[in-house]
Design a protein around this ligand. Structure first.
Ligand code: PMV
Length: 307
């Protein structure tokens, strides 16, 4: 049985979302994780994930390995006995540790592949909370935005702990994604922000409120189709992310390059420090902005239309 899950970008509100503020995220379907689950002719549960050079039987992996822990959790909740013999093939075109939701996408595709092959049906809500538990194991205090947008594969307005709200996109808009090529674990930047927040909560709560205000205005812009406003809001959000210490010289360089090449606005996306940035562009400027990003050192670019 085959299952697939998309990558994602956060448009607005990363980091503040961990502290209960709203954030906006959209799926990126050009990149995806694909999982195939088959009956194995030999005993055991065999995992083949060539992108991360993993070829192993489940029980030879440490139990806290992200893929192993997802399979163990699935076997636990589905109460299958005896355990089936399986071949699980995992492929992903989503770069790891770069803010594009690779971990969540692999978990969602994996649990959906297992659920349909082993005839243990799961609703989207169940898949989402399953993936959230795995995110918690590996990312400390995740907001849950990654697993939510990847599970539903729709633009979302997300507030931690609240029912998901699907964004209505009034007018499609184009985003260019630029990859710094630097992998930066989200756990680290989220942990650093937490230390700074603990040291001066009053200051950080004000910044988070400013981000919340931007996210709410962005939602209104998306739902009314006024993408010029969206560009300005991205720039404002990036300035706050810089203040939160989660940008980097490389991210700032790509953000400036995009703006200089005519983008309506640009910001880092996700945990920051490395990973990806995004730029809002008019459709006919997308190639120019992508080229400027490459010239400024982007390892890779993706043009995606949010509809
Ligand atoms: O997984 P990333 O790098 O897109 O970052 C997640 C966004 C954060 O707000 C920084 C963390 C979270 O759990 O929401």
């Amino acid at each position: 049985m085959k299952a697939s899950a998309p990558g994602k970008i956060i448009l607005f509100g990363e980091h503040a979302v961990v502290y209960g503020r709203p954030a906006l995220a959209v799926p990126v379907t050009q990149i995806h994780a694909d999982v195939e689950v088959l009956d194995a002719p030999r005993s055991g549960i065999w995992i083949d994930a060539p992108d991360i050079n993993l070829h192993a039987e489940l029980n030879t992996l440490p139990s806290d390995h992200p893929i192993a822990s997802a399979i163990h959790n699935f076997l636990f909740i589905s109460r299958l006995s005896p355990f089936p013999n399986l071949d699980i093939k995992i492929a992903s075109s989503i770069p790891v540790a770069s803010g594009l939701g690779s971990g969540a996408a692999v978990t969602v595709a994996l649990v959906r592949g297992l659920s349909s092959h082993l005839k243990f049906p799961m609703s989207d809500e169940e898949v989402n909370s399953f993936a959230y538990e795995i995110e918690k194991l590996h990312h400390g205090t995740p907001s849950g935005i990654d697993n939510t947008v990847v599970t539903y594969a729709k633009p979302v307005y997300f507030v931690k702990g609240q029912p998901i709200e699907i964004l209505r996109v009034a007018k499609p808009f184009t985003i260019v994604i630029g990859d710094t090529g630097i992998s930066a674990p989200t756990k680290k930047s989220v942990g650093d922000v937490r230390k700074l927040w603990e040291a001066d909560k009053a200051k950080w709560e004000v910044m988070f409120d400013q981000v919340a205000d931007i996210a709410k205005k962005a939602r209104a812009a998306i739902e009314s189709g006024t993408s010029m406003d969206l560009g300005k809001l991205m720039n404002q959000n990036h300035a706050l992310l810089q203040e939160m210490t989660v940008s980097s010289t490389r991210l700032d360089r790509l953000v400036s390059a995009a703006r200089n090449a005519g983008a309506l606005g640009a910001k880092l996306s996700g945990g920051g420090r490395g990973g990806n940035m995004i730029a809002l562009v008019e459709r006919d400027q997308a190639e120019d902005v992508a080229r400027a990003l490459k010239e400024a050192g982007a390892k890779n670019t993706i043009i995606t239309v949010i509809a």
